[in-house]
Design a protein around this ligand. Structure first.
Ligand SMILES: C[S@@+](CC[C@H](N)C(=O)[O-])C[C@H]1O[C@@H](n2cnc3c(N)ncnc32)[C@H](O)[C@@H]1O
Length: 213
């Protein structure tokens, strides 16, 4: 599949898949969106000294990078599991110039299938799998739900999948996504989450956040 690198409105890069007509991040700002949706509304809301994060759609590794930087700020220990069916080749990831090049490279060079330290604060386990085949054997405090949009990839958004994730989360846990669709909100509610609409990043009115109460 052809992959193009594009610059978004805040100057940070994202990827575009022409065949699917889909971007990996908001064209209004990739870093801005990731910080707003996942770091501010998700990770920073957890007050534990050790935080277990699950990412649905590891992709470019941008969310891992931003989480590792925030973990260092807060001096908290993070165990981060990223699920990805289509790992990106180094020819692409080497050209994504986010920041912290050494850390970004450790994230991409880390072995798949086991926890590896990529910074003093973050252990990363990348798992090559389809979301639908994964059994969620661990427990998570924070979930970043970053699949392609429901109209482009309907099978990545289902009550069953949200139900499996809900069962794998600790009480007080938070799931956050850029998606604001009513159908997704209802799936999350059906799975057991208490869902709120959150103000969106630039270019987007709302996003969704669910809690395990
Ligand atoms: C919107 S992109 C976001 C990626 C990533 N969070 C980032 O910041 O770059 C969605 C990601 O989900 C992955 N993906 C799509 N379908 C999947 C599936 N069924 N199972 C696992 N990963 C999938 C895609 O390959 C892509 O990397």
């Amino acid at each position: 599949m052809q992959i193009k690198i594009q610059t978004t409105a805040d100057g940070s890069p994202t990827l575009f898949l022409p065949e699917m007509d889909e971007h990996y991040h908001s064209i209004n700002g990739a870093i801005g969106e990731s910080k707003h949706v996942y770091i501010e509304a998700g990770f920073k809301q957890c007050r534990k000294a050790e935080i277990h994060v699950l990412e649905m759609g590891f992709g470019t590794g941008l969310n891992v990078l931003l989480t590792a930087l925030e973990a260092k700020n807060q001096k908290v220990k993070v165990f981060y599991t990223g699920l990805e069916k289509f790992p990106l080749p180094p020819e692409i990831t080497d050209r994504l110039n986010y920041s912290e090049t050494a850390l970004f490279q450790s994230i991409h060079r880390a072995e798949w299938g086991k926890f590896e330290p990529v910074s003093p604060y973050l252990h990363l386990k990348k798992i090559k799998t389809d979301f639908k085949d994964f059994n969620f054997p661990d427990r998570y405090d924070i979930v970043y739900y970053d699949a392609f949009a429901p109209n482009k990839q309907p099978d990545a958004w289902s009550p069953e999948l949200f139900g499996k994730i809900f069962s794998a989360m600790n009480r007080g846990g938070i799931i956050t996504t850029y998606c604001a669709k009513g159908s997704v909100r209802r799936m999350m509610q059906q799975a057991g989450f208490t869902v709120e609409r959150m103000p969106g990043p630039p270019g987007k009115r709302e996003t969704l956040r669910g809690k395990v109460v």
